[in-house]
Design a protein around this ligand. Structure first.
Ligand code: FMN
Length: 386
Protein backbone atom coordinates (compact mmCIF):
# COMPACT_ATOMS: atom_id res chain seq x y z
CA UNK A 1 0.00 0.00 0.00
CA UNK A 2 1.46 3.36 -1.03
CA UNK A 3 0.38 6.99 -1.15
CA UNK A 4 -0.81 6.34 -4.70
CA UNK A 5 -2.73 3.13 -4.06
CA UNK A 6 -6.49 3.48 -4.46
CA UNK A 7 -8.61 3.49 -1.30
CA UNK A 8 -11.97 1.74 -1.54
CA UNK A 9 -14.67 2.93 0.86
CA UNK A 10 -18.06 1.29 0.25
CA UNK A 11 -18.92 1.79 -3.45
CA UNK A 12 -16.47 4.65 -3.93
CA UNK A 13 -12.78 4.26 -4.72
CA UNK A 14 -10.45 7.19 -4.15
CA UNK A 15 -7.80 7.03 -6.89
CA UNK A 16 -5.05 7.82 -4.38
CA UNK A 17 -4.64 8.57 -0.68
CA UNK A 18 -4.18 12.33 -0.87
CA UNK A 19 -7.25 14.34 0.07
CA UNK A 20 -7.91 18.04 0.36
CA UNK A 21 -8.98 18.90 3.89
CA UNK A 22 -12.18 20.95 4.23
CA UNK A 23 -11.44 24.67 4.38
CA UNK A 24 -13.99 27.42 4.93
CA UNK A 25 -13.48 30.18 2.42
CA UNK A 26 -16.00 32.71 3.77
CA UNK A 27 -16.94 33.47 0.18
CA UNK A 28 -20.70 32.77 0.17
CA UNK A 29 -23.74 34.84 0.74
CA UNK A 30 -27.02 33.18 1.74
CA UNK A 31 -25.04 29.93 1.75
CA UNK A 32 -24.65 29.94 -2.04
CA UNK A 33 -21.36 28.92 -3.59
CA UNK A 34 -19.80 31.20 -6.17
CA UNK A 35 -17.35 31.16 -9.07
CA UNK A 36 -14.64 31.49 -6.44
CA UNK A 37 -15.53 28.02 -5.10
CA UNK A 38 -15.49 26.59 -8.62
CA UNK A 39 -11.92 27.81 -9.14
CA UNK A 40 -10.80 27.02 -5.59
CA UNK A 41 -12.05 23.41 -5.50
CA UNK A 42 -11.52 22.73 -9.20
CA UNK A 43 -7.82 23.47 -9.06
CA UNK A 44 -7.31 20.83 -6.37
CA UNK A 45 -9.01 18.19 -8.50
CA UNK A 46 -6.88 19.20 -11.49
CA UNK A 47 -3.91 19.16 -9.11
CA UNK A 48 -4.16 15.41 -8.64
CA UNK A 49 -5.85 14.99 -5.25
CA UNK A 50 -7.86 11.77 -4.98
CA UNK A 51 -10.50 13.40 -2.78
CA UNK A 52 -11.58 17.02 -2.53
CA UNK A 53 -13.66 17.76 0.57
CA UNK A 54 -15.56 21.03 0.32
CA UNK A 55 -15.63 23.31 3.33
CA UNK A 56 -17.84 23.03 6.42
CA UNK A 57 -21.26 23.48 4.84
CA UNK A 58 -24.06 24.49 7.14
CA UNK A 59 -27.10 22.27 7.59
CA UNK A 60 -29.04 25.21 9.05
CA UNK A 61 -28.48 28.96 8.61
CA UNK A 62 -27.90 29.31 12.36
CA UNK A 63 -25.18 26.67 12.07
CA UNK A 64 -22.98 28.91 9.96
CA UNK A 65 -19.68 29.88 11.53
CA UNK A 66 -19.85 33.24 9.77
CA UNK A 67 -22.44 34.97 7.57
CA UNK A 68 -20.28 33.99 4.60
CA UNK A 69 -20.35 30.21 5.01
CA UNK A 70 -21.63 27.86 2.36
CA UNK A 71 -24.80 25.88 3.03
CA UNK A 72 -26.98 23.00 2.03
CA UNK A 73 -30.03 23.91 4.09
CA UNK A 74 -32.06 24.82 1.02
CA UNK A 75 -32.71 23.29 -2.40
CA UNK A 76 -31.61 26.57 -3.97
CA UNK A 77 -28.08 25.75 -2.87
CA UNK A 78 -27.94 22.49 -4.84
CA UNK A 79 -27.19 23.79 -8.40
CA UNK A 80 -24.02 25.64 -7.37
CA UNK A 81 -22.67 22.55 -5.66
CA UNK A 82 -23.73 20.35 -8.60
CA UNK A 83 -21.44 22.32 -10.90
CA UNK A 84 -18.51 21.84 -8.50
CA UNK A 85 -19.15 18.13 -7.90
CA UNK A 86 -19.28 17.57 -11.66
CA UNK A 87 -16.06 19.50 -12.25
CA UNK A 88 -14.21 17.61 -9.51
CA UNK A 89 -15.47 14.24 -10.81
CA UNK A 90 -14.55 15.09 -14.40
CA UNK A 91 -11.01 15.84 -13.25
CA UNK A 92 -10.76 12.34 -11.77
CA UNK A 93 -11.17 13.11 -8.07
CA UNK A 94 -13.95 12.12 -5.70
CA UNK A 95 -16.08 15.13 -4.71
CA UNK A 96 -16.77 15.28 -0.99
CA UNK A 97 -18.47 17.71 1.32
CA UNK A 98 -18.19 18.34 5.03
CA UNK A 99 -21.58 18.99 6.61
CA UNK A 100 -21.48 21.10 9.72
CA UNK A 101 -23.33 23.03 12.36
CA UNK A 102 -21.24 25.47 14.36
CA UNK A 103 -23.43 25.33 17.49
CA UNK A 104 -22.16 27.66 20.21
CA UNK A 105 -19.23 28.72 18.00
CA UNK A 106 -21.51 30.14 15.30
CA UNK A 107 -22.03 33.79 14.35
CA UNK A 108 -18.47 35.08 14.26
CA UNK A 109 -16.47 37.15 11.78
CA UNK A 110 -13.96 35.76 9.29
CA UNK A 111 -10.53 34.77 10.69
CA UNK A 112 -8.88 37.80 9.12
CA UNK A 113 -11.27 39.91 11.22
CA UNK A 114 -10.11 38.00 14.31
CA UNK A 115 -13.06 35.58 14.29
CA UNK A 116 -14.77 37.93 16.74
CA UNK A 117 -18.42 37.38 17.68
CA UNK A 118 -20.78 39.33 15.39
CA UNK A 119 -22.11 42.50 16.95
CA UNK A 120 -24.27 45.55 16.18
CA UNK A 121 -21.76 46.75 13.60
CA UNK A 122 -22.26 43.51 11.64
CA UNK A 123 -26.03 43.70 12.16
CA UNK A 124 -25.98 47.13 10.51
CA UNK A 125 -24.62 45.49 7.34
CA UNK A 126 -27.25 42.73 7.48
CA UNK A 127 -24.79 40.11 8.74
CA UNK A 128 -26.25 38.58 11.89
CA UNK A 129 -25.82 37.86 14.73
CA UNK A 130 -28.36 35.10 15.19
CA UNK A 131 -29.38 32.94 18.16
CA UNK A 132 -26.90 30.22 19.11
CA UNK A 133 -27.81 26.68 20.14
CA UNK A 134 -25.82 24.07 22.05
CA UNK A 135 -26.32 21.15 24.42
CA UNK A 136 -26.04 23.49 27.41
CA UNK A 137 -26.31 27.22 27.97
CA UNK A 138 -22.56 27.73 28.22
CA UNK A 139 -20.67 30.23 26.06
CA UNK A 140 -17.70 29.00 23.98
CA UNK A 141 -15.48 31.58 25.65
CA UNK A 142 -15.23 35.17 26.82
CA UNK A 143 -17.22 37.57 24.63
CA UNK A 144 -19.26 34.79 23.00
CA UNK A 145 -23.03 34.81 23.24
CA UNK A 146 -24.51 32.33 25.68
CA UNK A 147 -26.32 29.71 23.54
CA UNK A 148 -29.76 28.32 24.27
CA UNK A 149 -29.77 24.68 25.38
CA UNK A 150 -31.61 22.65 22.75
CA UNK A 151 -34.87 21.03 23.86
CA UNK A 152 -35.36 17.37 22.95
CA UNK A 153 -37.86 18.45 20.32
CA UNK A 154 -35.30 20.85 18.83
CA UNK A 155 -32.72 18.06 18.86
CA UNK A 156 -35.05 15.89 16.74
CA UNK A 157 -35.58 18.76 14.30
CA UNK A 158 -31.85 19.31 14.13
CA UNK A 159 -31.24 15.64 13.28
CA UNK A 160 -33.70 16.12 10.42
CA UNK A 161 -31.66 19.15 9.21
CA UNK A 162 -28.57 16.93 8.86
CA UNK A 163 -30.62 14.32 7.04
CA UNK A 164 -32.04 16.84 4.60
CA UNK A 165 -28.68 18.49 3.92
CA UNK A 166 -27.14 15.05 3.27
CA UNK A 167 -29.94 14.25 0.82
CA UNK A 168 -29.15 17.51 -1.01
CA UNK A 169 -25.44 16.66 -1.01
CA UNK A 170 -26.13 13.40 -2.82
CA UNK A 171 -28.52 15.15 -5.22
CA UNK A 172 -25.72 17.61 -6.00
CA UNK A 173 -23.41 14.73 -6.92
CA UNK A 174 -21.17 14.42 -3.86
CA UNK A 175 -19.84 10.89 -3.41
CA UNK A 176 -18.24 11.31 0.00
CA UNK A 177 -19.84 12.95 3.02
CA UNK A 178 -18.04 14.03 6.16
CA UNK A 179 -19.70 15.16 9.38
CA UNK A 180 -17.90 17.93 11.23
CA UNK A 181 -17.67 16.43 14.68
CA UNK A 182 -14.61 18.43 15.80
CA UNK A 183 -13.40 21.93 16.70
CA UNK A 184 -16.07 22.69 19.29
CA UNK A 185 -18.96 22.80 16.83
CA UNK A 186 -22.37 21.32 17.57
CA UNK A 187 -21.59 17.58 17.30
CA UNK A 188 -18.35 17.97 19.24
CA UNK A 189 -20.08 20.10 21.87
CA UNK A 190 -22.45 17.20 22.58
CA UNK A 191 -19.53 14.75 22.87
CA UNK A 192 -17.45 16.86 25.24
CA UNK A 193 -18.03 17.02 29.00
CA UNK A 194 -16.75 20.62 28.86
CA UNK A 195 -19.72 21.87 26.84
CA UNK A 196 -22.35 19.19 27.53
CA UNK A 197 -23.71 19.49 31.08
CA UNK A 198 -27.15 18.12 30.33
CA UNK A 199 -28.89 15.85 32.80
CA UNK A 200 -31.30 14.22 30.32
CA UNK A 201 -30.68 11.35 27.85
CA UNK A 202 -28.33 13.56 25.80
CA UNK A 203 -25.82 14.38 28.54
CA UNK A 204 -23.98 13.09 31.55
CA UNK A 205 -22.52 9.67 30.75
CA UNK A 206 -20.30 9.08 27.72
CA UNK A 207 -23.12 6.97 26.31
CA UNK A 208 -25.59 9.85 26.60
CA UNK A 209 -23.16 12.40 25.14
CA UNK A 210 -22.85 10.13 22.09
CA UNK A 211 -26.60 9.96 21.57
CA UNK A 212 -27.06 13.05 19.36
CA UNK A 213 -23.99 12.32 17.16
CA UNK A 214 -25.19 8.72 16.69
CA UNK A 215 -28.68 9.92 15.78
CA UNK A 216 -27.12 12.25 13.20
CA UNK A 217 -24.97 9.42 11.80
CA UNK A 218 -28.05 7.18 11.45
CA UNK A 219 -30.08 9.94 9.80
CA UNK A 220 -27.31 10.85 7.38
CA UNK A 221 -26.70 7.21 6.49
CA UNK A 222 -30.42 6.84 5.74
CA UNK A 223 -30.16 9.89 3.47
CA UNK A 224 -27.03 8.92 1.55
CA UNK A 225 -27.73 5.19 1.18
CA UNK A 226 -25.38 2.28 1.63
CA UNK A 227 -22.95 3.06 -1.21
CA UNK A 228 -21.57 6.45 -0.21
CA UNK A 229 -18.80 6.58 2.39
CA UNK A 230 -19.40 8.55 5.57
CA UNK A 231 -16.51 10.18 7.40
CA UNK A 232 -16.61 11.76 10.85
CA UNK A 233 -14.04 14.39 11.84
CA UNK A 234 -13.23 14.09 15.53
CA UNK A 235 -11.23 16.22 17.88
CA UNK A 236 -9.02 13.45 19.25
CA UNK A 237 -8.39 15.64 22.29
CA UNK A 238 -10.73 18.42 23.34
CA UNK A 239 -7.92 20.81 24.06
CA UNK A 240 -9.32 22.18 27.32
CA UNK A 241 -8.93 21.43 30.99
CA UNK A 242 -11.47 18.79 31.99
CA UNK A 243 -12.03 17.77 28.38
CA UNK A 244 -11.96 14.39 26.67
CA UNK A 245 -8.62 12.86 25.74
CA UNK A 246 -7.55 10.24 23.22
CA UNK A 247 -8.69 7.30 25.41
CA UNK A 248 -12.28 8.58 25.30
CA UNK A 249 -11.99 9.36 21.59
CA UNK A 250 -10.89 5.81 20.79
CA UNK A 251 -14.15 4.64 22.37
CA UNK A 252 -16.15 7.28 20.48
CA UNK A 253 -14.50 6.14 17.25
CA UNK A 254 -15.41 2.54 18.04
CA UNK A 255 -19.06 3.48 18.49
CA UNK A 256 -19.08 5.58 15.32
CA UNK A 257 -17.52 2.74 13.33
CA UNK A 258 -20.08 0.30 14.75
CA UNK A 259 -22.78 2.73 13.62
CA UNK A 260 -21.49 2.62 10.04
CA UNK A 261 -18.96 5.46 9.88
CA UNK A 262 -16.35 4.44 7.32
CA UNK A 263 -13.50 6.83 8.11
CA UNK A 264 -12.42 8.68 11.24
CA UNK A 265 -10.80 11.97 10.24
CA UNK A 266 -8.57 12.83 13.16
CA UNK A 267 -8.14 16.45 14.15
CA UNK A 268 -8.10 18.11 17.58
CA UNK A 269 -9.11 20.97 19.83
CA UNK A 270 -11.55 23.82 19.61
CA UNK A 271 -13.93 23.09 22.44
CA UNK A 272 -13.18 26.46 24.00
CA UNK A 273 -12.07 29.85 22.76
CA UNK A 274 -10.88 30.74 26.26
CA UNK A 275 -7.09 30.84 26.05
CA UNK A 276 -6.91 30.54 29.88
CA UNK A 277 -8.19 26.93 29.81
CA UNK A 278 -7.12 26.01 26.27
CA UNK A 279 -4.61 23.14 26.24
CA UNK A 280 -4.16 22.82 22.48
CA UNK A 281 -1.47 20.42 21.27
CA UNK A 282 1.84 21.49 19.77
CA UNK A 283 1.69 22.06 16.00
CA UNK A 284 4.66 20.01 14.75
CA UNK A 285 4.83 18.10 11.46
CA UNK A 286 2.07 15.43 11.17
CA UNK A 287 0.70 16.64 14.50
CA UNK A 288 -2.31 14.31 14.57
CA UNK A 289 -0.53 11.15 13.38
CA UNK A 290 -0.23 9.55 16.84
CA UNK A 291 -3.99 9.90 17.25
CA UNK A 292 -4.96 8.57 13.81
CA UNK A 293 -2.53 5.69 14.27
CA UNK A 294 -4.00 4.72 17.63
CA UNK A 295 -7.63 4.87 16.48
CA UNK A 296 -6.77 2.86 13.36
CA UNK A 297 -4.88 0.20 15.33
CA UNK A 298 -7.29 -0.14 18.25
CA UNK A 299 -10.63 0.20 16.49
CA UNK A 300 -9.68 -1.26 13.12
CA UNK A 301 -11.44 1.57 11.28
CA UNK A 302 -9.75 3.46 8.41
CA UNK A 303 -8.46 6.86 9.49
CA UNK A 304 -7.39 10.11 7.88
CA UNK A 305 -4.65 12.22 9.35
CA UNK A 306 -4.15 15.96 8.89
CA UNK A 307 -1.82 18.63 10.18
CA UNK A 308 1.29 20.17 8.71
CA UNK A 309 1.83 17.49 6.10
CA UNK A 310 4.06 19.27 3.62
CA UNK A 311 6.55 16.81 2.17
CA UNK A 312 5.98 13.89 -0.26
CA UNK A 313 8.18 11.45 1.67
CA UNK A 314 6.41 12.45 4.90
CA UNK A 315 2.99 11.82 3.35
CA UNK A 316 4.16 8.54 1.84
CA UNK A 317 5.51 7.24 5.15
CA UNK A 318 2.34 8.18 7.03
CA UNK A 319 0.58 5.69 4.77
CA UNK A 320 3.23 2.97 4.53
CA UNK A 321 3.95 3.04 8.30
CA UNK A 322 0.29 2.58 9.15
CA UNK A 323 -0.37 5.98 10.71
CA UNK A 324 -3.45 6.47 8.52
CA UNK A 325 -5.20 5.28 5.37
CA UNK A 326 -5.53 8.76 3.92
CA UNK A 327 -3.57 12.00 4.32
CA UNK A 328 -5.44 15.29 4.18
CA UNK A 329 -3.72 18.52 3.26
CA UNK A 330 -4.99 22.00 3.95
CA UNK A 331 -2.62 24.91 3.78
CA UNK A 332 -0.07 22.98 1.71
CA UNK A 333 -2.47 22.72 -1.22
CA UNK A 334 -3.54 26.35 -0.81
CA UNK A 335 0.13 27.10 -1.39
CA UNK A 336 0.55 24.54 -4.19
CA UNK A 337 -2.67 23.10 -5.65
CA UNK A 338 -0.58 20.79 -7.86
CA UNK A 339 1.12 19.28 -4.80
CA UNK A 340 -0.21 15.74 -5.43
CA UNK A 341 1.27 15.75 -8.95
CA UNK A 342 4.52 17.20 -7.65
CA UNK A 343 4.62 14.55 -4.89
CA UNK A 344 4.28 11.81 -7.48
CA UNK A 345 7.28 13.20 -9.37
CA UNK A 346 9.30 13.60 -6.17
CA UNK A 347 8.57 9.98 -5.28
CA UNK A 348 9.94 8.77 -8.61
CA UNK A 349 7.13 8.77 -11.20
CA UNK A 350 7.88 11.48 -13.73
CA UNK A 351 5.57 10.08 -16.43
CA UNK A 352 3.12 12.99 -16.02
CA UNK A 353 0.37 10.45 -16.67
CA UNK A 354 -1.61 11.61 -13.64
CA UNK A 355 -2.02 15.15 -15.01
CA UNK A 356 -4.97 16.15 -17.15
CA UNK A 357 -3.82 15.26 -20.67
CA UNK A 358 -3.98 18.92 -21.69
CA UNK A 359 -1.27 19.68 -19.13
CA UNK A 360 0.58 16.36 -19.05
CA UNK A 361 1.16 16.20 -22.81
CA UNK A 362 2.92 19.56 -22.59
CA UNK A 363 4.69 19.13 -19.27
CA UNK A 364 6.18 15.67 -19.94
CA UNK A 365 8.25 16.79 -22.96
CA UNK A 366 9.17 20.01 -21.13
CA UNK A 367 10.48 17.97 -18.18
CA UNK A 368 12.70 16.01 -20.58
CA UNK A 369 13.97 19.24 -22.15
CA UNK A 370 14.75 20.68 -18.71
CA UNK A 371 16.60 17.50 -17.75
CA UNK A 372 18.66 17.64 -20.97
CA UNK A 373 19.56 21.30 -20.38
CA UNK A 374 20.51 20.62 -16.77
CA UNK A 375 22.81 17.76 -17.80
CA UNK A 376 24.46 19.98 -20.42
CA UNK A 377 25.17 22.58 -17.75
CA UNK A 378 22.81 25.18 -19.17
CA UNK A 379 20.83 27.23 -16.64
CA UNK A 380 18.05 29.81 -17.04
CA UNK A 381 20.68 32.47 -16.30
CA UNK A 382 23.30 31.22 -18.80
CA UNK A 383 22.58 34.07 -21.24
CA UNK A 384 23.53 36.49 -18.47
CA UNK A 385 26.87 34.76 -17.97
CA UNK A 386 25.79 33.29 -14.61
C1 FMN B 1 -8.51 28.55 5.70
C2 FMN B 1 -8.84 27.34 6.52
C3 FMN B 1 -10.16 26.95 6.68
C4 FMN B 1 -10.49 25.79 7.40
N1 FMN B 1 -11.80 25.37 7.45
C5 FMN B 1 -12.07 24.16 7.99
C6 FMN B 1 -13.36 23.59 7.85
O1 FMN B 1 -14.24 24.12 7.16
N2 FMN B 1 -13.59 22.38 8.44
C7 FMN B 1 -12.61 21.73 9.15
O2 FMN B 1 -12.87 20.65 9.68
N3 FMN B 1 -11.37 22.24 9.26
C8 FMN B 1 -11.08 23.41 8.68
N4 FMN B 1 -9.80 23.88 8.70
C9 FMN B 1 -8.73 23.00 9.23
C10 FMN B 1 -8.10 22.20 8.08
O3 FMN B 1 -9.04 21.34 7.48
C11 FMN B 1 -6.89 21.37 8.54
O4 FMN B 1 -7.34 20.39 9.43
C12 FMN B 1 -5.81 22.23 9.23
O5 FMN B 1 -5.57 23.40 8.45
C13 FMN B 1 -4.51 21.46 9.43
O6 FMN B 1 -4.01 21.00 8.19
P1 FMN B 1 -2.82 21.79 7.37
O7 FMN B 1 -1.64 21.90 8.32
O8 FMN B 1 -2.54 20.89 6.20
O9 FMN B 1 -3.35 23.11 6.98
C14 FMN B 1 -9.46 25.05 8.01
C15 FMN B 1 -8.13 25.45 7.89
C16 FMN B 1 -7.81 26.58 7.13
C17 FMN B 1 -6.36 26.95 6.96
Amino acid sequence: MTLFSPLALRDVTLPNRIGVSPMCMYASSDGLVTDFHVAHLGRFALGGAGLVIAEATAVHPHGRISPFDAGLWSDEQIPGWRRIAALVSAAGAVPGVQLGHAGRRAAVREPWRAGAPLNAEDAATGSGPWPLVAPSALAAGPGHTVPAALTTEQISRSVQDWHDAATRAVTAGFRFVELHGAHGYLLHSFLSPVSNRRSDDYGGSAENRLRYPLEVVAAVRAAIGEGIPLSFRVSAVDGAEGGAGIDETVEVARRLADAGVDLIDTSSGGITTDRAVDTRIRRGFSFHADFSRRIRAEVGVPTATVGLIVDPEQASRLITHGDADLVLLGRQVLDDPNWPHHARIALGDDSHDSWDVRFGSALGPRARTLARLASSGESPLSRFGV
